[in-house]
Design a protein around this ligand. Structure first.
Ligand code: GSH
Length: 228
């Protein structure tokens, strides 16, 4: 059964990226909408009525509101028929997805919003955590002996890991270079045609650490939850 899917988010390169990548990879049709375009209201007015008061949210068939990016990822994987049926492998995939997702804070807000001295301080403070978590992820993929974290084809956990590892390059491009197996993982993901074409066409995130902006349809917009 085909569902109508509407992904609601803001102007940021953060938690909607993995769902978008997975939609493209699985050739799943969806509408990508900013919160203000979907609701025609300011986020502050909308927020109290959202199931977990945050976005992204996937609206299915104009009826079901699915919040939490991990839930959106596993739902999409299931919908596309690429869910992992082996219970052990599935548990391992969830562990990868959660461990990658924990990189969200403070990596994503720092890259999308922090500027000047604050950016430098946040970057330096999070470095031990990033290095430790990248080390864990590198060990997990090496131990597995497959192209991606679970199989030789990517699953939801790979797209979540991809997003956060890829975003780290905008925080400090030297971090990922310390982890050659993770760099190869990023290259392998980027060599998938559907992933490559999404990455080439998505809004560019520019002026990180100075005055971050997303370039949408050729216009640079400040990152954030407000319509510009
Ligand atoms: N655990 C949630 C976190 C969602 C989240 O932090 N969303 C942020 C944007 S990335 C948000 O809605 N910020 C606006 C607000 O909290 O009012 C998920 O994985 O989806």
């Amino acid at each position: 059964m085909k569902h109508k899917l509407e992904l609601i988010y803001f102007k940021m390169r953060a938690l909607a990226e993995a769902p978008r990548l997975l939609f493209h990879y699985t050739n799943t049709e969806y509408d990508d909408l900013m919160s203000w375009d979907y609701y025609d209201k300011e986020w502050s007015e909308v927020k109290p009525n959202i199931p977990f008061k945050q976005l992204p949210m996937l609206v299915v068939d104009k009826e079901h509101e699915i919040c939490q990016s991990i839930a959106i990822m596993t739902f999409t994987e299931y919908l596309a028929g690429i869910n992992i049926t082996d219970p052990i492998l599935n548990a391992k995939a969830i562990a990868i997805m959660q461990s990658a997702q924990e990189l969200f804070m403070p990596l994503n807000p720092t890259v999308n919003f922090a500027t000047g001295e604050k950016f430098i301080k946040k970057r330096d403070n999070m470095m031990p955590f990033l290095l430790s978590r990248f080390e864990d992820l590198e060990k997990a993929i090496k131990d597995n002996d497959k192209t991606f974290f679970i199989y030789d084809e990517p699953r939801a956990c790979d797209f979540t890991a991809f997003h956060h590892l890829d975003l780290s390059k905008l925080l400090d491009p030297s971090i990922i270079k310390k982890f050659p197996r993770l760099e190869k993982f990023l290259d392998d993901m980027m060599s998938i045609q559907s992933v490559k074409s999404y990455l080439e066409s998505r809004p560019k995130l520019i002026d990180v650490s100075v005055e971050p902006k997303l370039v949408i349809d050729g216009v640079a917009h400040p990152t954030g939850v407000k319509k510009t």
